[in-house]
Ligand binder design. Sequence first.
Ligand code: PEP
Ligand code: MG
Length: 870
Amino acid sequence: MSNLTLVAPLAGWSTPLEESPDEVFAGRMLGDGLAIDPTGTTLFAPCDGELVAIPATKHAVTLRAAQGIEILLHVGIDTVGLGGEGFELHVREGQHVRAGERLLSFDLDLLAKRATSLLTPILVVEGSGFSITRRNLDREVKVGDFLMELSAAPASARPAGKGGDASAQLSRRVSVALEHGIHARPAALLAGVLKGLSAQVSLVAHGREASAHSTTSLMTLGVKKDDEVEIRASGPDAAAALAAVETALRTEKGTSTAARKAPPATPNDKVGTSSANLSTTPKAGLPSAAVTAKDAGLLRGVIASRGLAVGYTLQLTRPEICVLEEGGGVSHESAEFDRARSLVGTRLQAVAGSGPEATREIIGAHLELLDDPELVRGARAAIAAGKSAGYAWRQAIRATVDALRALDDSRMAERVDDLLDLEAQVLGVLNGNGGVPLARELPGKTILVAKDLLPSQLVALDTSRLAGICLSAGGPTSHVAILAAAMGVPVLVAMGPDLLSLTDGTAVVLDAEKGLLRVDPDRGQLAVAESELDRRRERRAADQAAAQRDCRTADGTRIEVYANVGSATEAEAAVRNGAEGCGLLRTEFLFLERQSPPDEEEQATQYQRIATALGGRPLTLRTLDIGGDKPIPYLPLPHEDNPALGLRGVRTSLWRPDLLRVQLRAALSIRPAEQARVLLPMITDPAEIRTVRGMLDEERRAIGRSAPIELGVMIETPAAAVMSDRIAAEADFLSIGTNDLTQYTLAMDRGHPELAARLDALHPAVLRLIARTAGAAISHGRRVAVCGGLASDPAAAPILIGLGVHELSMVPSVIPQLKALIGGMTLDACRELAHQALELETAEAVRALASSATTPPLNAPATPALEVSR
Ligand code: PEP
Ligand code: MG
């Protein structure tokens, strides 16, 4: 074939690419061609060929014609951000189509409103040896009209597509903001954001280049926070891919371990009990390796999950699984390899489905590794060279493990565990032992001792018999630590080799509050530990037993206690702990870590599930609070130098009212209707409330519902607190978000590790704003709650009550303890305490006051879930 004719795939006006407002198209970075300004709404095939790439966002297709020529049809400019909205596909990737066959339809009106431009580039993105010799430009075209002709180019001619043209590659240098650099979870996240796009993307750092589609390759770059990396992207969607990766690298949330950012004495309920239990990494200057205490019989370690336990040691060793090098034929080994990975994948998904959020997150990273293109390619190459599936998998894993170990970064080295875990699981299946490397019955009160532990080993253990874990190696941010914290199991890590010389059955006291393991305690030491455990157990049992009672102060003032939840499982746990309802459902959790937003039906189903789990108790559904520290990849926000002060909360919702309306409709569908309330985040003035109320009323009328739904607002900006009198006149109720209110009042980023200790919501400046808000609410007859982290802080409860806040929404696990605490205080005492606190100058002074006013002291962080006694 020497010529290829393309016919118009779309009715409209054909125009030169230079007219495109996007320099990527206008500058022919992706390839040569032309653009059509559409009047039609259906895209047809311009020639015969195979559809080789269709992104999940459905806004573009790439067609491979004869001779390997690839044509990209890209509907509109910046339409990737619509996340598929307004597009309907009529074909699937891999399908062969004939010229003139229908590919996709789109909503022209929606695109006209939301896209940067409707201009639809038709590009030859791959056409080595061909060039465009004729084009039908600057005229109206109907579908099927002649559009372009490609002819075989003389050897010296410039190729029509990007071919080997260096300009086809986009690149950008960015500084990495991910808190812990690019380790497994952010790497998996990066690979994830690229899934809907067809561009090839790589990152270059420290003189090495790694595919951004491969979690393992990314990890081997050893990128740390603030390192500069170059993003390189080529192919269709290169610009969108570049932007998506840049957004992911520039945001701090490469992991959802936000608790590590929380102020120490204020449990940050956003991340649940799991991460709240995690210790922070050791302070700079302290060795991270174990230090053997002078005191004989005492081993020190780094706290990875807080708590206290008494028990007997049992050492675990990681079994080395034998594999034969030689394979039994390429097709047999390939089939075995696929079977084993598929079985491990199914198991991991089952564990993730039933586990807490922390488990799901870790297993998600494991699933990404299991399908990692580099690992799989490496193993397949070895199988093709005659190796057994097991040998090939081990070889591929170990190559990455060696590269990670060579990095001078303890966090990367921790990720070695994840890889070895996967190695063992796949080898286990191949060897026929079921894929779980270790599932053993434990004697009661086991303190597990090991060099390190695989996440799958921990998940396979009978944790009801597990009292604690001591690791001679390991790190406080390892996945095992996160899982153990989620289970409420105390853990010390980096305890050094002496730990491994303990014989099984040695009696120990594990104090993961102080970072100590007492070996062979004498009777006195044992008695002290046992009685402390008894005390904690009794207190917890008594608090739990009384948790279903109404919460009242000692002199009878009713305090309503709600829970902050993120799922139906958490809602059930909250009710068991005595919650009177949900005071804050952070709906954005349903929108994270996915490729497109949940539609109305999915949202309605999820909300209803939570409402049902609450058994008719109020459900306060906060509208999407994205932006700032909670970006979502499929909703690229304009670049912001300071996202915390940019499009966030209700501002983002008013910027994308279509998303808000879907959410409001889903909220209105909750039954019984009176159970749901809507709460708006990041309000700064009353007009925002009026706008949303208007939308809510329209949606309500559209479904013929007469009863209004309560509309409350979060007071989490100083503006809202100062304007709370006007805001209270517009809103049905107020809920104070102390996490953001503190960040914005003290001008301290809530994610800043250096400022974390000073970012204390008990600062008198914050308390004065709370006092003002409570006063405004009361004078307008509105309910006022606190739903930020301060509500979960025992030191704060009396002060908040004294300031006039009689509704608290907190982490479910602290409800029994706080109900009991409130029951021991009088309203007058709370008022007096609040009055004094408002006159102080620092948060430390307020904490000291709170501590002196109560016995036992209230300043200890609330960690009831961690006090393990077995
Ligand atoms: C807050 O800011 O206190 C709050 C509850 O909202 P979030 O933590 O989700 O920003
Ligand atoms: Mg907030």
